[in-house]
Design a binder for this molecule. Structure first.
Ligand code: PHE
Length: 454
């Protein structure tokens, strides 16, 4: 017996929740340092193409599967392709989001720590070198980041426990617009810093000689990570959508806001990186070294504005991270409650405990465990690469194959166009179906292969 399932209350709520999942540390933390690590504007160009041609079709594929089946990722496969090997896809996409959650929560913890620093007015008081050097000392320590990770993860669990409507929906609706305004303000300020010009060039002048297969693979991975694809998150959220909602509109709305956000974050961070004399390829710490620098500089002339913006900023980063993290946890919780008959509480805590343990190891991999390497990478980097470059694209590839080749075209048509009633969807259906059936799977496969072989 299936339980009554909750639904998102309105169209705005669905787009907000999906955008809440998509917009997160992927945009603000990961995107700028990937841009810095993989050569600037050329990476951004590939990222935009990958978002439109590969990621968006997966987004549609996941939404079609989710809403058609009205089930969690495993149940969706069982409903639409009963007793086939597709159930493994269902299972894969339950495991991968919990792995992401484990290291994501470590970075979420960093933002908790920085919020406290902002509240203590730390950024204004320190010297330039102290401000940019703090991050390195902080992550290399043992306890502080682990405590922060714990606080973050416990908050995520608490929200998920409150359920879809009361927890996730309310939370997201209230916070996304604030984040948007702030990131625009910070980008504008960052562009006024002396020395920021080099960063603008870095973001706008592509040097295509820097493009290698691994740059393309990283850009594709970033596009999938940023849109929460290939791990059943969008599928699960779509399963909470009402039948009269528009899959095209919610997909385009989410993708556009996500892309816009990433680029804005790039403009907030990269020019300031140049102004601060940091290296754009500094890695996962980039944002956490740069933003304090921005607030520090601002503090010299506008102490109050700087303090307030710093507090609100880290608070909103934290919220953006939370709305993404809850979407990772929700995938597994939906599975355990609907398929395994667990109650929501037990399911939430079981998955949280797993993510906590792995997250602690990830956190320590910046400090006491930094000498332990898996395939040449410390655990944190290993898991991040494993997920973004392999598991997400693999999940995405399989979702497009499922919708493109396994589901009857008539069903896909019916779901995408709401039974033939939506005009724009009817018009675009042939293109979308082509992208799902051919372009996306072939594209992902080629990127995979060249990255492996070259
Ligand atoms: N898209 C989220 C972000 O950008 C991360 C995420 C990945 C969320 C996969 C859910 C699933 O922060």
């Amino acid at each position: 017996m299936k339980k009554e399932r909750e639904n998102f209350g309105s169209r705005a709520a669905v787009i907000m929740a999906m955008a809440g999942s998509a917009i997160g540390l992927g945009n603000i933390w990961r995107f700028p340092y990937m841009v810095g690590e993989y050569g600037g504007a050329a990476f951004i160009v590939v990222y935009i193409f990958a978002s439109l041609l590969l990621a968006l079709p997966i987004f549609f594929a996941e939404s079609i599967i989710g809403r058609r089946s009205g089930a969690n990722t495993f149940g969706a496969m069982e409903t639409l392709a009963p007793r086939t090997r597709w159930k493994w896809l269902g299972l894969l996409t339950i495991v991968s989001p919990v792995i992401i959650l484990s290291y994501y929560s470590v970075v979420g913890g960093w933002s908790v720590e920085y919020l406290f620093k902002a509240l203590a007015f730390d950024f204004a008081a320190a010297s330039d070198a102290e401000v940019t050097g703090f991050f390195g000392r902080f992550i290399a320590s043992t306890w502080q980041p682990v405590v922060a990770h714990t606080v973050f993860l416990a908050t995520v669990a608490g929200i998920v426990l409150a359920g879809v409507k009361k927890g996730i929906e309310k939370f997201t609706k209230a916070t996304m617009p604030v984040l948007f305004v702030l990131i625009v303000l910070i980008a504008a300020y960052s562009l006024t810093l002396p020395g920021s010009r080099g960063g603008v060039d870095y973001l706008l002048r592509p040097d295509f000689s820097k493009l290698t297969p691994s740059v393309v693979a990283a850009a594709m991975g970033q596009a999938f990570f940023s849109l929460s694809l290939g791990v059943g998150t969008i599928l699960t959220y779509a399963s909470y959508m009402r039948k009269d909602e528009n899959l095209l509109a919610s997909g385009l709305g989410t993708a556009a806001s996500d892309l816009f956000f990433a680029v804005l974050a790039g403009f907030a961070v990269v020019p300031a990186v140049f102004a601060a004399g940091l290296a754009p390829g500094a890695g996962p710490g980039l944002v956490f070294e740069t933003l304090p620098y921005i607030f520090h500089k601002m503090g010299a002339t506008l102490p109050w504005a700087s303090a307030i913006i710093a507090i609100v900023f880290f608070l909103t980063i934290l919220v953006a991270a939370l709305t993404s993290a809850i979407s990772m946890l929700e995938v597994g919780v939906a599975y355990l409650t609907e398929e395994k008959g667990m109650d929501r509480r037990a399911a939430t805590w079981a998955l949280t405990a797993f993510a906590w343990v792995v997250g602690v190891l990830c956190s320590l991999s910046f400090g006491p465990l930094s000498h332990v390497h898996l395939l040449g990478n410390p655990l944190f980097d290993f898991l991040d690469k494993l997920c973004s470059n392999w598991l997400l694209p693999l999940g995405g590839l399989l979702f497009t194959l499922f919708v493109g080749w396994k589901m009857p075209r008539a069903d896909v048509y019916d779901e995408f166009t709401n039974g033939g009633t939506l005009r724009a969807n009817l018009l675009l259906f042939p293109l979308v179906h082509f992208l799902i059936r051919y372009a996306a799977p072939v594209g992902i496969f080629v990127v995979f292969l060249t990255d492996l072989l070259l």
